[in-house]
Structures are given as structure tokens and as C-alpha cells.
Unconditional design. Structure first.
Length: 186
């Protein structure tokens, strides 16, 4: 059985909680061999220790990002009873795309895939994962600059300047902003 990605787990958690008024973290994730969790039923698969650990990380990330919040309605376990927030419903309705994904998608849908690949590498625990994540991030920036800027822009500096001017049309671009970006390009 293939490994579940963080995005798959986040989507499943939001889908389960979106279908009910509130849910308990332990009931959602399960208790190993003692109790199957709602996520396992929803995904139609039995979790191993690693799956459950990744699901717990996804749950906490959703909470940290404001897509889930504690209901504080239970006296004994107030923090573990959660509900999906309106931000969580919006995130789910956008297929778990945040505002950066939406901006990248306007330039090229493939950029969203590159960004997801970068995050997948970040989530891995293998010794080579940081290098792979850094390589994916560089590739994302490179492709963003190539696909987002006009063809007449031949250098990285020109591409960055063009994208900034086009995407920040309602704001002035300070010399400091350009200086920082150009220094990074160098």
C-alpha cells in the first residue's frame, strides 16, 4: 500500500470534520490495534504506526494554520474536541490550495505540483530529504521565473523585476525591495 502524503491526510481530516459538527482527535486518529480511527474508515485502510504519526502531524498543522479549532465544550478533554473553521471549509473547497498555490496556478498549473513536491520532500525523514527539498525549491523558483516573466527577459534579475512590477501594480516597489531581490539573484 502506498504511503499517504501530508496533503492526503489533511484532506481526509477536513472531509471527516466537515461532515460532522465536531470531532475528537483520538477518535479521528484511532488507538492503534485497540480502536480504528474515523480517518482509517474514511480512507478505507488500516494505519500503521507511521501513518498514524503522519496523521497526527497533519492534524496539528491544520490546527496551527487555523483550519481546525478546539470547541472547548468538553470538560475532561477540551483541547482534543475540534471543529473545522470557515477557513478550513474554504481551504477544502479550494482542493487544499493556499493563496500561494492559487497565484502559482495563474502562472502555470505545473508550478503547484512543483511546490507540492517540495513540501513532500520537506515532510520526509530520510537523510537526503533536506537536499531534495532545497533542490525542489530552486527548481520551483527557476520555473516560476521562466514561465511567469515575458520571453524578452533573459536574466534572472530582469524576470524578477518584471514579475514584481506586474504582480505589485497596486503598490510601489521600493529600491530596497528590488535591491534585496537582486542581491539574492546574484
Amino acid at each position: 500500500m502506498s504511503e499517504l502524503s501530508g496533503k492526503d491526510l489533511k484532506r481526509a481530516i477536513l472531509e471527516v470534520l466537515n461532515s460532522q459538527a465536531q470531532g475528537n482527535k483520538v477518535n479521528l486518529l484511532g488507538r492503534g490495534h485497540f480502536q480504528q480511527g474515523e480517518l482509517e474508515s474514511h480512507l478505507k485502510r488500516e494505519f500503521n504506526v507511521d501513518d498514524r504519526a503522519r496523521a497526527a502531524q497533519a492534524f496539528e498543522k491544520l490546527r496551527t494554520d487555523g483550519y481546525l479549532q478546539a470547541t472547548h465544550k468538553d470538560l475532561a478533554d477540551a483541547e482534543n474536541w475540534v471543529a473545522i473553521t470557515s477557513l478550513g471549509r474554504q481551504f477544502l473547497s479550494r482542493d487544499l490550495k493556499d493563496y500561494i498555490d492559487l497565484a502559482l496556478e495563474r502562472i502555470s498549473p505545473g508550478l503547484v505540483e512543483l511546490r507540492q513536491g517540495m513540501w513532500d520532500a520537506v515532510e520526509r525523514t530520510s537523510p537526503d530529504a533536506p537536499r531534495q527539498a532545497a533542490h525542489s525549491a530552486r527548481e520551483l523558483v527557476d520555473q516560476l521565473l521562466k514561465e511567469g516573466a515575458p520571453a524578452q527577459c533573459t536574466t534572472r534579475k530582469e524576470r524578477v523585476r518584471s514579475l514584481m512590477q506586474r504582480n505589485r501594480a497596486d503598490q510601489t516597489i521600493s529600491k530596497t525591495d528590488l535591491g534585496i531581490i537582486e542581491a539574492n539573484c546574484d
